[in-house]
Design a protein around this ligand. Structure first.
Ligand code: ZN
Length: 173
């Protein structure tokens, strides 16, 4: 729901109760015919009533001039905002360093958990190269491990070399 574009000023006047008698009459005529505007004005009035019911906060006499000053000033840099927020440049520096450290850790963890992109040639060599430990049962188990992990992209990084597979296989037996 939204107010008809050509009636926006008039409807705002209705909500604010600032219309002249003629304008008010024109607004009411439109409201009697337009469901969209009528519903929107009803909501805006309800919101206004809620806001009016809130306790009024006294602002400092400096509030408005300070706000104007801030709005006129160019937006501060991230560094400036951090320093302003903490009220102390040294603390801002520490926070910035902590932020960088967090980014590094998150980056490292993400990097470690990133699935290794498929490397067909390398894996193909596993699939076609027979391993021999001299123990047929162990060889079969190793081959099974390899073929199982061939189908699991995320685990490929764990299976870089045959020695590792052999070690795991020996432990699993
Ligand atoms: Zn309308």
């Amino acid at each position: 729901m939204s107010i008809c574009p050509e009636y926006q000023d008039l409807m705002a006047g209705v909500v604010d109760e600032t219309l002249s008698p003629e304008e008010q009459a024109r607004a009411e005529q439109h409201l009697s015919m337009c469901v969209r505007c009528a519903s929107e004005v009803r909501e805006l009035r309800a919101t206004r009533r809620l806001l009016a019911a809130l306790p009024q906060e006294e602002t400092s006499p400096l509030f408005v001039p300070r706000l104007r000053e801030r709005l006129a000033a160019p937006p501060p840099s991230v560094w400036g905002r951090l320093a302003a927020w903490t009220g102390e440049p040294r603390l801002a520096l520490q926070l910035a360093a902590a932020g960088a450290a967090v980014l590094l850790v998150v980056g490292a963890v993400t990097w470690r958990h990133m699935p290794v992109p498929p490397q067909p040639n390398r894996n193909q060599s596993y699939a076609t190269q027979p391993y021999s430990s001299g123990d047929p049962e162990l060889d079969a188990f190793v081959q099974e491990c390899i073929s199982r992990h061939e189908s699991n992209q995320a685990n490929r990084m764990l299976w870089h070399d045959a020695d590792h597979v052999m070690a795991v296989a020996s432990q699993a037996r």
